[in-house]
Design a protein. Structure first.
Lengths: 327, 375, 330
């Protein structure tokens, strides 16, 4: 068995070395792939807060991802067309500044997560899975019929948004930006797990009764985790929209919720770096299998199946043996 | 099909030594919409193979019908493969996500299918050529056909998404009669019982629908069994070779509009139908003809100029000096075809359902957006 | 079918008369739409019954249930194409789906009973990928042909002068018959007793000497057969294509969650509720909004709300009763 921190270290090194090599070898698409992996990893890290630590199986996280994406799309659209964004009582100007967009994406998806969470947490188990799915679907259909912003076709933003001091159109700079954000979120995540809140949350997942006896409300703990989780996934959505310079209702689809969940489980649920490893492996599989055959999804399916059946605890579980980071 | 892959692979290998032109094809090869992409690819590769040129390398990738994937593939092909020409996209929303950025980076884009109005009008670009049609064309032709058939009161139906609304706008642009109803259905809807009941109650004398893919199959099957006898008109998409066998008898006799049909009588088309059938063992579809024409346009331009000289290459493309399966073919000022659109009727030849031309719906028709294009 | 009739034959009646017709039609229209919602609901019930049974007995979330629906439709299309017999096609679809279900249960699913819901979701998600692309590999990328046989095609006139497709009447009948059969099976047979016992107390059933793993395979195959049958029946009036199972799967999940997971009765109520909401919402919501909005805006708001309606209903039900209408446990 390999120690988990060695796997994590190798992963971090890989995420630095591979793009650097690609830069030297002039393979910009490898950098784009790595950026995609990092952003999907961020979305999955978000889900992992709810799923792995809070035990909340949400099949509606695409809602937050999509909200992040649409925040970026709408703000950038108003900036590129020089039209103010009318919010009823007052109107604001669009913006192409990433920090502002990120903040808006985080705040809005956290708010929506608070509402969805407060309603959904009345249920549990399969009902929780399905009610989160229902909320995701509502957002999906809303986006499909929202004509002002492209409806089912989505909308394109022609120039990537800007970050002070960087040229985000250069693939490696945008990659570095995303990687730094992922690192920051992982750091906060690690702090969170070891904090009093994290410990209480972990206890709320495993023995809710004991938490209640010490005077904490497990529901409120879970809600807080859900909100944090939604906010992180929303941030990832804003970055993903910027990567593609395009948003569409597909970001809200239940298949996408399923995909982020796959990333988490693939890597290892509840492990700090599990979602990151899952995202890297998934993007690599998609890329290499796609080159082999038209029917590559069969092989993807078989690989996923083998992992569930024979590698409980995901790839990290397979490499390091069974132990979550919170045990 | 496998043979062609090998041909492509071989040319790719040879290409490593001395390919002069690199073409990137982004199209849908997996999932529910794969049939269209496969036909475009097969038609395209047939023409490349027939040309006998081994200095053209075609990189083919599957977009899974996901805009995000399509954008990434375009990035890859432009950044890593360094392609000169992109082509292949089936769906308008994917085209809108890919084309503006690609042409802005100096790559040529030849559209074998999608023709969203934005790219024909204000968003037109010197490096963007559409070989198929502007999205509204077949619907406009249907409106014109409805006039000539004497229909005065049409019931219109399309999915609630931009292409669906454009479709009905196109029909209304030409149709001179009244509207008995206008219904927008859910995208991907599979049951049309409710809409058929509305049609029955509407007092219409004709029904025009635009429901691409499986939606059209479902609607036609259900309509045929509803006892409603109001005649139906549709665009070619729901009556095309690939899909028609699945609709079967329910489509028999329905009039649909198309810029291509396998019985258009010109030597290129007859040879194309024969060669396609020999190569792949099935009849070619509309999409296959568009793929074939796209490749031949490209080949004709490559005879005259090299993509490394964009102005000369663009002028060569604009000349459209190739034998199209549609007969006469030329581009309008916004790089969209000016072409004849036919009315076809679904017939049964032996065991196979197919189409027969019954007349011309619109002759030398240009699209409505050309005036908005400034380039 | 209809274009042969040519122009002029079905010219609309004069205006005044048409207005009167329209008012007379609207009552018929409502009844017809209710029938449509009913038929949709009954088909959903066939899907949902299997899903809820599998969850109730084995505690398994099966996302691949839609794939079995798809297999039913494809097998029916292939058999009908080869033999020309619709009835044989339906039987083969049922058997093929049951066999596929049994194989999947033995090879994959039975390893998942003890797993968390999360693992079940992932594994059955993987099965969807395998089934969808596998079907495309076997049957090609184009939709398949499956049509209603002559003796079931066309419309019948129901009491009140309502023209309604015979095949849809048959679907409602067949769906209700299967539902009744399922109820009889569960309430009045030895297998049914074991299934009910399995829902309540697994260990006890095993202790009483019932071969629990065979029972599970049987229940899974039964659910698969129901899905395959409904796929085949619906395939005759819809497009038989890869990916046809997923939209239905999502709706079936909505149904069983509304009804309460594990409850067949709940599945029936939920299916009818979803079928009626979806059908009537799509038709009447835009009309409703036209009463106080401009027609164009009403159409777009109405259809947007209609496409969200079943999810809104579902979340309202769950907020009101967190384990569904007839559900006992989560």
């Amino acid at each position: 068995m390999i120690a988990e921190r060695h796997v994590n270290l190798a992963l971090v090194l890989g995420l630095i070395v591979v793009p650097s090599w690609a830069l030297a070898a002039d393979e910009p698409f490898t950098i784009t792939l790595a950026t995609r992996a990092v952003i999907l990893a961020l979305a999955a890290v978000g889900l992992n807060i709810a799923l792995g630590i809070g035990g909340l199986v949400s099949l509606g996280h695409a809602a937050f991802f999509g909200i992040g994406g649409y925040v970026m799309g709408i703000l950038a659209y108003h900036a590129q067309t020089f039209t103010p964004l009318d919010l009823g009582a007052f109107s604001i100007a669009g913006t192409k500044a990433m920090p502002v967009i990120w903040l808006a994406a985080i705040v809005l998806s956290a708010f929506v997560a608070a509402v969805i969470g407060a309603l959904s947490l009345r249920t549990s188990g399969v009902y929780f899975i399905m009610i989160t799915l229902a909320f995701g679907q509502m957002f999906y259909y809303f986006a499909v019929s929202w004509r002002s912003y492209g409806g089912a076709d989505g909308m394109s933003i022609y120039v990537r948004n800007s970050f002070p001091g960087l040229d985000t159109l250069v693939p490696i700079q945008f990659f570095a930006l995303c990687l730094v954000l992922l690192g920051l979120v992982l750091y906060l995540n690690a702090r969170l797990v070891r904090s009093r809140f994290g410990l209480a949350l972990d206890a709320a997942r495993q023995v809710p009764l004991r938490v209640r006896t010490v005077g904490l409300d497990p529901l409120r703990l879970k809600l807080a985790a859900f909100v944090l989780s939604g906010a992180v996934t929303g941030l990832a959505g804003a970055l993903y929209a910027d990567l593609n310079r395009f948003v569409s209702p597909a970001m809200f689809s239940w298949q996408f919720s399923g995909e982020i969940m796959v990333l988490v489980i693939l890597g290892g649920t509840g492990r700090l770096f599990g979602p990151v490893l899952g995202a890297v492996v998934f993007v690599a599989l998609e890329h290499f299998l796609g080159g082999l055959t038209d029917f590559w999804q069969i092989y993807l399916g078989i690989i996923l199946l083998l992992i569930v059946l024979f590698a409980r605890g995901g790839i990290i579980g397979l490499l390091c043996g069974k132990r979550g980071l919170h045990d | 099909m496998r043979k062609l892959f090998i041909a492509a692979a071989l040319s790719a290998l040879a290409g490593a030594a001395g390919a002069e032109v690199k073409v990137g094809m982004i199209t849908t090869l997996s999932g529910g919409g794969a049939g269209l992409g496969i036909d475009v690819r097969d038609g395209f590769m047939l023409a490349i193979e027939q040309s006998g040129r081994d200095d053209i390398e075609v990189v083919i990738e599957d977009d899974q019908r996901k805009p995000g994937i399509a954008v990434q593939l375009a990035d890859k092909m432009i950044q890593s493969d360094k392609v000169d020409v992109l082509t292949g996209i089936i769906w308008s929303n994917l085209a809108m996500a890919v084309v503006p950025a690609a042409t802005a980076q100096g790559v040529f884009y030849l559209s074998p299918n999608a023709g969203p109005s934005q790219l024909a009008g204000a968003g037109c670009h010197p490096n963007y050529f559409n070989v198929a049609w502007q999205n509204d064309n077949l619907h406009e032709a249907a409106g014109a056909y409805a006039n000539s058939a004497g229909y005065e009161n049409s019931f219109l139906m399309a999915p609630n998404y931009p292409a669906g609304r454009d479709a009905l706008t196109g029909y209304k642009r030409m149709f001179e009669g009244d509207l008995a109803g206008e219904v927008y259905t859910k995208l991907g809807q599979t049951d049309y019982a409710a809409e058929i009941a509305q049609i029955r109650a509407s007092g219409a004398d004709s029904v025009y629908f635009f429901l691409p893919g499986g939606m059209g199959i479902s609607f036609l099957k259900q309509y045929a069994n509803s006892g409603v006898e109001i005649p139906v008109v549709g665009p070619a998409f729901s009556f095309d070779q690939g899909i028609l066998q699945a609709v079967g008898e329910a489509a028999l006799g329905v009039v649909n509009t198309s810029q291509w049909s396998k019985d258009i009588d010109n030597p290129t088309n007859l040879a194309f139908v024969k060669a396609f059938q020999a190569e792949y063992g099935r009849l070619p579809s509309l999409y296959a003809s568009q793929g074939f024409d796209t490749a031949n346009l490209l080949l004709s331009a490559l005879e005259k100029a090299d993509p490394s000289d964009p102005d000369a290459f663009r002028a060569a493309l604009m000349e459209a000096d190739f034998d199209s399966t549609r007969g006469k073919f030329r581009f309008g000022p916004n790089h969209h075809p000016i072409q004849t659109i036919y009315a076809r009727k679904v017939v049964k030849e032996g065991d196979v359902y197919t189409n027969k031309i019954i007349g011309v719906a619109l002759k030398d028709h240009a699209d409505a957006y050309a005036d908005e294009c400034k380039m | 079918m209809q274009a042969g009739a040519g122009p002029g034959v079905f010219r609309g009646p004069p205006r005044l008369q048409r207005d009167r017709t329209a008012r007379h039609m609207s009552a018929i229209l409502i009844v017809e739409q209710i029938l449509n919602g009913l038929q949709f609901g009954v088909m959903l019930f066939l899907m949902a019954a299997g899903l809820t049974l599998i969850f109730g007995v084995m505690g398994l979330i099966n996302l691949a249930h839609g794939s079995l629906y798809m297999i039913g439709a494809f097998v029916a299309a292939a058999v009908a194409g080869a033999t020309g017999s619709f009835l044989l096609a339906m039987i083969c679809a049922l058997v093929a789906a049951a066999v596929a279900g049994a194989i999947v249960e033995i090879v994959v699913i039975r390893r998942l009973y003890a797993a968390e819901h999360l693992d079940q979701v992932l594994a059955t998600f993987a099965l969807i990928l395998i089934f969808s692309e596998g079907t495309r590999w076997v049957f090609g990328s184009f939709p398949m042909y499956l049509e209603i046989p002559d003796y079931l095609s066309g419309a019948v006139t129901l009491p009140g002068g309502i023209q309604y497709p015979l095949y849809r009447v048959m679907l409602i009948g067949a769906g209700l018959a299967v539902g009744l059969g399922l109820w009889a099976l569960i309430e009045h047979t030895r297998i049914g007793i074991r299934i009910r016992a399995g829902e309540n107390d697994r260990e006890m059933v095993a202790a009483l000497g019932v071969d629990i793993s065979r029972l599970y395979t049987l229940v899974f195959a039964l659910g698969a057969a129901l899905a395959g049958l409904s796929g085949a029946m619906v395939g005759a009036i819809q497009s038989v294509q890869v990916g046809m199972g997923e939209p239905v799967l999502i709706l079936a999940f909505v149904v069983i969650v509304i009804g309460g997971i594990g409850s067949i009765r709940g599945a029936l109520v939920g299916a009818l509720l979803v079928g009626l909401t979806d059908t009537l919402g799509g038709v009447f919501l835009p009309e409703l909004f036209k009463l106080f909005m401009a027609p164009a805006a009403a159409t777009s708001v109405g259809s947007a709300l209609a496409s969200m309606s079943i999810y809104i209903v579902m979340s309202l039900v769950l907020i009101w009763r967190p384990t569904g209408l007839f559900g006992g446990r989560a």
